[in-house]
Design a protein around this ligand. Sequence first.
Ligand code: BDP
Length: 590
Amino acid sequence: MALCCSLCLLLLSCQALALRGGMLYPRESASRELKELNGIWSFRADFSEQRDQGFVQQWYRKPLRQSGPVIDMPVPASFNELTQNPNLRKYTGWVWYEKEVLLPRSWLPNALNTRVVLRVGSAHYYSIVWVNGVQVTEHEGGHLPFEADISRIVQGGSRAACRITIALNNTLTPQTLPPGSIQFMRDESKYPRGYFVQNTRFDFFNYAGIHRPVVLYTTPSVYIDDITVTTAWAGNIGVVRYQVLVTGSTRYSLSLNLREKEGKVVAMGEGPIGELKVVEPRLWWPYLMHENPGYLYYLEIRGKGLDWSLIVKDLNLLQWLGANSFRTSHYPYAEEIMDLCDAYGIVVIDECPGVGMRDPENFGNASLAHHLVVMEELIRRDKNRPSVVMWSVANEPASELSPAAYYFKTVIAHTKAIDPTRPVTFVSNANYAHDHGAPYVDVICVNSYFSWYHDAGHLEVIQLQLNTQFESWYETYQKPIIQSEYGADSIAGLHNDPPLMFSEEYQKAVLKEYHSVFDKKRKDYVIGELIWNFADFMTDQATSRVLGNKKGIFTRQRQPKAAAFVLRDRYWKLANESSCLRPTLTYYNL
Ligand code: BDP
């Protein structure tokens, strides 16, 4: 359902820890206009030794082409693999993007009461933004949106031209999220002078660039800055509680309409805080709003950048499989993907970029402070989504280290303070007896790769080891458990029977061993299974990676491997045997 607020010019108090302002997705309306800036931008990577020429020479002050050669670069996209230049593929440092646009007259000086806002859907990793040479904002972290009110700059002159410059740095340090480290190679008998490499401890390629749409949009000077919606139901009544944050004036009146999918108004409200009641609501499928929580079967899906064709293909593949959920491993996915999950009834474990936290320096105060901000930004963006079932604050951190106790206690408490309505977890691969973060989670999420990274090739030990894993965690914590990763690499087209590692047969065999244990435990405390991974994906180069990670049940080109058919069979059987999980599409999105 859609909640529409119309504003005639009252403030908000919140039970949850209040966030500073909102990050509503920009949509055109009677009072807002939108201009997409996607397409070709001018681009230059700063290959100078210190990567600082752009700042020394102030490239943002005049058109980028005037300070040196530029190339065409699409936005949204990663810049790494679009040219034939191997040095750009593995580039670390500052890159510069620029776009020149003309603004409509209605947005300019005489436009009374119009705010002009520049919004970047996400840019990885650190961004500084100038408009017409004036810095308007900076932002740390990829995968989440940020914006700046640029009214004063574009409305200050008489010119309609607006030049947007974005300097972007993809360098990862022990304090970034995800963390990384820069290693200088000082042995001049082996490396040229000044040679350095970017090291990371996560298993995906550090693609960088402006990954999601950049837009300009307008609002009136008194405007709705944020909306927070929580839902509940009792008997045949659905309750929608809302809080609306209005900025720009304290004198206004507010009226709200709650509409169902076809646009019919089903409830109306007045004022910035209130409750709307809906008789006979169609509850959102499949999990949170049902009396008996169902068994969740998942697979993990990766989403870097925004690509409409790929999004639709992936969602079609999810439906073909009969899958009902995924985790946003290992960073927040595009808002456009999340919109479709809301609409299609796909449940999402919304994960922040807390991945590769393997070193003690990743648990210091600076990392912690930034991690808290990232959770705020993520919740601000996704809090109203019916699809989001749980927040995940990290993947496979070194949670056996002692500083992890305070670290995760703090991050999880903060997350719950901001959103008291959802469970919080992180995904662990630590030993149950030494995990200092697990005491604070609501659901235990465990990754394991029996007969792959341990006992390679020994399918016969999977059942015993998996059973021990579940029993140990459950005995220790008595919390619900999700198997958040399991699987094996297979190279599409590679066959061997009896199954050998890397063949399609071996991948299938691993899954079947795991499934037989899931089928015993799901009658009890195991509430979900997530195959790793939905599709093959690119990683850093390593002797264990053949043009990337091959644990996909689909290839990178989205063709099914034999394992996809095993899962399809399983997911539809699970769906059909459950009275509460219906493999149909239901719309109840707010
Ligand atoms: C897990 C990680 C995941 C990796 C996977 C693997 O969470 O990112 O891709 O293992 O090794 O440790 O395939």
